[in-house]
Each structure stands twice: as C-alpha cells, then as structure tokens.
Design a protein around this ligand. Structure first.
Ligand code: ADP
Ligand code: NA
Length: 301
C-alpha cells in the first residue's frame, strides 16, 4: 500500500518573470517573458509527493473568485482537494518570481487566502491520520495552523515532517511535535540561532539541532546535495551534476519526495529525493518542473 501524505500549506499562482538581471532600487528592467502556473510550497510539495507515488490530501485555501485554475491543476495530479477552502472576498496567494540569466531567483509572496485557512478543515483532515501516515508542513501559512496540525498529527501517531521554509522567526510552536526537520543552509543557521545552538559549520549545526530538538534533520546543500542526521544514520549524500535552468521548487521537490517515500531505506529515499530535485532544476517553473516517479527511477537505472 502506498504512503498517505497530508500536506497543510500554501497554494499560490506563481508569476514567473524571466529577465537578464534583477532591478536595483528605483530601477526599471524589461522582462523577457511572463508565465503563470501553480506554485506555493504546500501545493508544490503536494504535487511532488503525488508524483512520487503517494496518496496525497491537501489542506489549504484559495480565493473563491480566482482559485479554480489552481484547484484544477492540483486535481490533475490526483491530489485530494476536498479540504481546500474557497474563501470569499480574498484573492488567492500569489508569488512574483524573478529569474535572471544565471538562474538565480528573487521572490515576493502575497499570502492572500493562505492567511485564512480555516482551523476546522485542519481538524477534520488530521482526524483521519493513522500511524504510518505523514504530515508535511512548511512555513508559508500562519504558524497557529501548522501548530494545530502538528499537534493533532503527532497525537495520531503520524510522522510530522516540517520543511521550515521560508526561515522561521520562532520554532517554539512546532519543535516539540516534529519528527523530521527539512531545511536549507540558511534556514538551518536561523533555526540553530533560535535554539541557541552555537556550532559553526553545517555538520556541527545539524548535530546541535538534533540534540536540542530530538528530531531528525536533513539540510539540502544546492548542487552539493544534502547533509542528514536521522537516528543513528548521518552523512552527506551528493547531488547529480546537472545544468541549472530554474531552481524554483527544488527544495519543494526534495521535501515532497522525502515525505512520500517513508517506506524506503534512508539511503534510497535520499537518492530518489535528490535525483527528483536535481531534475526539477533543469526545467522552468515550480509545480510544472517537478518530475514523475518514472523519470526519477529512469535516472537511477
Ligand atoms: P532550496 O531551493 O530550498 O534552497 P537547495 O538549493 O538546497 O534548496 O536545493 C534542494 C535540492 O535541489 C538539492 O539538495 C539538490 O538535490 C537539488 N539542486 C539544487 N540546485 C542544484 C544544482 N545546481 N545542481 C544539482 N542539483 C541541485
Ligand atoms: Na524548476
């Protein structure tokens, strides 16, 4: 039986703007292209988990007036969207993603409906969680919503995975309920600071955060792969060498695959999640760039 993954998180329309270089203060730059597609860390990670082969339900919120294409895109991936609220009088979340010729990105997020996820839908969805299921959280919806979900899921015996992105300014609400913390180096440094972990260097910081929280930690390192410490297992798993076109959703692809593949041994899980994320950076866009399981398995063959 495939793993059940419940994602509680953000759903955005991503406006991807490609330009030669980012504008400075007071400067105007002409874009080459604009494309709009499904994005938001919650939606991207739900798509990644579904493409990895899991049964996925998403709890979130969109605007009643402009949310239909976002829900249609999620439905197309076979994600259960019954718990996505359609809110009157607010726009769907939106991200303006600037991508320069070096494939660097710079992002402005407008939360919109993501700020209004009803607590009742969180309660209902979490009531269906069973031991062996995974709850996957990010940090683009109110922390009170994530906290409620984490508490209910850990009480139900589900594995709670927190991709603490964007970097949080507080971890107290969640840390007691998290089994696995997923971060990049910047988020790791922020969390180490918040926890009073003084260590320098990624490996030392990870060990410090594991000691302080009791959770496993995986820290993605961009082109260098990912460092991890989960229970007795620790190390650095390298990424495949690829030509980066657009790193949008790389971290989301990694998180969705890792949460979906809880049944695999850690080394295989890491390999697949890294390969999936490396494929995502070779293609433009957020959700559209996330590879399907067959493509990832093809790489390994
Ligand atoms: P985030 O985008 O969240 O900051 P990272 O930049 O650490 O996350 O990337 C997440 C994962 O995406 C990496 O662990 C790796 O698998 C893949 N990745 C990102 N950038 C590259 C790259 N330049 N080459 C190969 N893989 C990459
Ligand atoms: Na991409």
């Amino acid at each position: 039986m495939s793993a059940q993954v419940l994602v509680v998180g953000s759903i955005n329309a991503d406006d991807a703007v490609r330009l030669a270089r980012f504008p400075g203060p007071g400067e105007t730059v002409s874009a080459r292209t604009l494309t709009t597609a499904l994005g938001g860390k919650g939606a991207n990670q739900a798509v990644a988990a579904a493409r990895a082969g899991a049964d996925v339900r998403l709890v979130g919120a969109v605007g009643a007036d402009d949310g239909a294409p976002l829900i249609a895109a999620l439905d197309a991936d076979g994600i259960d969207t019954a718990a996505v609220a359609r809110l009157d009088g607010v726009p769907s979340g939106r991200a303006i993603v600037l991508i320069d010729d070096d494939a660097e990105n710079s992002i402005v997020v407008v939360p919109g409906a993501n700020a209004g996820i009803p607590q009742e839908t969180v309660r209902t969805a979490c009531a269906a969680l069973r031991p062996g299921d995974a709850l996957l959280l990010q940090h683009e919806v109110p922390i009170a919503v994530s906290r409620l979900a984490a508490e209910l899921a850990s009480n139900a015996g589900a594995t709670v995975v927190w991709n603490a992105a964007p970097a949080p300014t507080s971890v107290d609400e969640l840390v007691g309920h998290v089994d696995l913390l997923l971060v990049n180096e910047h988020e790791l440094a922020a969390i180490a600071d918040l926890l009073g972990v003084a260590a320098e260097g990624t490996t030392e910081r990870i060990a410090g955060v594991v000691d302080a929280t009791g959770a496993g930690v995986v820290c993605t390192l961009g082109a260098d792969g990912a460092a991890y410490r989960i229970g007795d297992e620790h190390g650095v798993a390298p990424a495949r060498s690829v030509e980066a076109v657009d790193t949008t959703a790389a971290g989301d692809t990694f998180a969705g695959y890792l949460a979906a593949l809880t049944g695999l041994p850690l080394a295989d899980r890491m390999r697949r999640a890294l390969d999936a994320a490396s494929l995502a950076v070779t293609r433009p866009g957020a959700a559209p760039s996330i590879p399907a399981r067959g493509e990832v398995e093809g790489l390994a063959a």
